[in-house]
Ligand binder design. Structure first.
Ligand code: ADP
Ligand code: MG
Length: 616
């Protein structure tokens, strides 16, 4: 006996709806995408009770004639593709012709639409997938769709909806994505008769982000300098170095106008930020990637949220590069604000009676005594790279200004020397808070520097530069050590021997699964070198696929500098503080430590005035 039967069109639609329409937010997404595809310049979305009882989307797009108004409710009816070949290069947000029939099959649905020049429009009422009324109607040109009682005929699905508040926050998030993705389109969002936002069409993405996310966030964003090759172009806004979030909620990526989630891009963002991002944190991005639609498959996920690239490698490279260039551009503007006069730093020039500096200056080195000797020896063993002929006055690069540390001077004598007059400086050091935070004054207001983080950044860049230029000298071990590793680790090590060598780690294969370590970087004073090497392998193996070979060394450096840097509680004398700040300002990425934590915080006069209630 045959048991197979064709499903009725209505049931088939409801089955398909299961994929497309998960909750009110998915209805809103599909309807708004249709409005955008129809060329709307203004879209109004209204929901009631989280969208469960009512959703309405009104647009001023192309509208439909009567035939299309009926046809659009059929499954697989679309104006956006015609042939299989079109599927290989999708230019629109929709293409499956499934959304409207799916939505109409699980709700009480009303469509009113009118083409721009048509005398009359069309109104169609559908209930649970059955067309009940078709008549003339539709007032303004464009399309209006109302969806009532979502899932009224699918109790199983309705049970899975969350509270109205949760559903409406999903709707809002969805609209948020659409509004960021299409700044040139005006949006209005009304929730339970309250206007949540009203966004005018924006000429620039930054305006839209400001309207939607506020000025505070917008001020933390950098413009991505337009980056384009034949195959791909990238633009948008990125969080400055050190700006991050604990979730991906503000990591927005749009591919050809569509909000997407993609691991290739996630990894690339992480790699692009690298030391500018705190471990375990996520960058803030509003990134727009445009590429030939033929190079990307959007037809892999029911909600079209996931994409697949034909050539993931160059997408990755382009994203890494775009992030890098953006962060670097910030360096330039950063220099303008902070280093207007060449980054000069003035000391506080007066000693508080009884402060350690005035009593025993000799006991306050930049680096604790014990480490000083070793560090100086190690560093001086490496010839200083000639500094690239860069912008303004080259700043001293020496790390430990012990010999040059002049005895503290009286304020009067300081002020007589024009080059140390605080007025001529960009920064004036005011003092140190809690033996950790250097307090400074600049034109903008108060600047706080974390002395440990600052020193980490300085050491990190110094070592990186040396490694790039001549490699880190390794120190031969008297007795070579052996390291036993798993086949996978062994394979990884064997492929990275040259990089490790450059980082000062001399390693040689020594029979099955064993390596001989015969030298280690001079600056490294690990008590357990084999354990350290294991840690390095563990940490780096997972990222090695995405990480360039130089980055490998960087990570290792970042780990080791932390131990060498001046700690909180290390008391610094004034000349050392001045030197520290000067060296920091001369860094490539001065505003965060190699682990992505901020090194300095600016508190503007405006902020202070606000705090003191001088200004509203
Ligand atoms: P798809 O978007 O995948 O084509 P839909 O079911 O979402 O499928 O829509 C079917 C068709 O109805 C679209 O191809 C389009 O021609 C038309 N349509 C839907 N919404 C609108 C709208 N707001 N304005 C104009 N035409 C629309
Ligand atoms: Mg659609």
């Amino acid at each position: 006996m045959s048991r197979i039967a064709l499903l009725s069109e209505t049931v088939a639609s409801q089955v398909a709806a299961g994929e497309v329409v998960e909750r009110p937010a998915s209805v809103v997404k599909e309807l708004v995408e249709n409005s955008i595809d129809a060329g709307a310049t203004r879209i109004e979305v209204m929901i009631r009770r989280g969208g469960i009882s009512y959703i309405r989307v009104i647009d001023d797009g192309s509208g439909m004639d009567r035939d299309d108004a009926l046809l659009c409710l059929e499954r697989h009816a679309t104006s956006k593709i015609r042939t299989g070949a079109d599927l290989a290069a999708i230019h629109t947000l929709g293409f499956r012709g499934e959304a409207l029939p799916s939505i109409a099959s699980v709700s009480r649905f009303r469509l009113a639409t009118r083409e721009r020049d048509a005398l009359a429009g069309t109104e169609v009422l559908v209930s649970g997938g059955k067309i009940e009324t078709v008549r003339d109607g539709g007032d303004a040109p464009g399309t209006q769709i109302e969806v009532r009682s979502l899932f009224y005929n699918l109790p199983a699905r309705r049970k899975f909806l969350r509270t109205e508040n949760t559903e409406s926050s999903h709707v809002e998030h969805q609209l948020h994505l659409q509004a960021i993705g299409h700044p040139q389109t005006g949006f209005v969002f009304i929730n339970d008769d309250r206007i949540v936002w009203q966004l005018p069409p924006a000429a620039h993405l930054r305006d839209r982000v400001r309207d939607l996310c506020g000025a505070t966030l917008t001020a933390e964003l950098l413009d991505v300098p337009e980056f384009a090759t034949d195959a791909i172009s990238i633009r948008g806004l990125l969080g400055k170095a050190g700006v991050s979030r604990s979730s991906r909620a503000q990591q927005l990526v749009f591919l050809n106008g569509r909000a997407v989630e993609n691991n290739t891009i996630n990894f690339a963002l992480r790699e692009g930020y690298h030391t500018a991002l705190m471990k375990g944190q996520h960058p803030v991005t509003f990134l727009f990637i445009e590429m030939d639609p033929a190079e990307v498959d959007v037809n892999v996920h029911p909600a079209k949220r996931e994409v697949r690239f034909r050539n993931a490698a160059w997408v990755r490279e382009a994203v890494v590069e775009a992030v890098r260039v953006a962060l670097e551009s910030d360096r330039a503007s950063w220099s303008r604000t902070f280093r207007a006069g060449g980054g000069e730093v003035a000391g506080f020039g007066l000693q508080v009676a009884g402060s350690p500096a005035s009593t025993s200056p000799e006991t306050l080195p930049l680096i604790p005594e014990r480490e000083q000797v070793e560090l100086r020896k190690d560093w001086s063993a490496m010839p200083l790279p000639s500094k690239p002929a860069e912008d303004s006055a080259p700043l001293p690069r020496e790390l430990v200004p012990i010999e040059s540390a002049a005895p503290p001077q009286e304020p009067e004598t300081r002020n007589q020397k024009p080059e140390t007059s605080p007025a001529s400086r960009d920064f004036k050091i005011l003092g140190v808070l809690g033996k950790l935070y250097v307090l400074m004054e600049n034109a903008g207001g108060l600047v706080l520097v974390d002395q440990h983080a600052a020193h980490e950044r300085i050491l990190f860049e110094e070592m990186k530069r040396r490694m790039e230029q001549q490699g880190v000298p390794g120190q031969r071990l008297l007795l070579p050590l052996t390291l036993e590793v798993s086949p996978r680790d062994g394979d990884w090590l064997a492929r990275h021997l040259d990089v490790l060598q450059r980082a000062g780690i001399g390693l040689e294969p020594f029979g099955a699964g064993t390596f001989k370590i015969d030298s280690l970087p001079t600056f490294l004073r690990a008590t357990e070198p084999t354990q350290l090497l294991r840690d390095i392998i563990d940490d780096l193996r997972e990222t090695s696929a995405q990480t360039s070979k130089l980055r490998l060394g960087e990570d290792m450096i970042a780990k080791t500098v932390c131990r060498h840097a001046v700690k909180a509680n290390d008391y610094l004398r004034e000349p050392e503080l001045v030197r520290l700040i000067q060296d920091l300002l001369a860094c490539e990425l001065p505003y965060c430590c190699p682990h992505g934590r901020p090194t300095m915080i600016q508190m503007s006069y405006a902020e202070l005035e606000k705090k003191f209630g001088r200004k509203a």
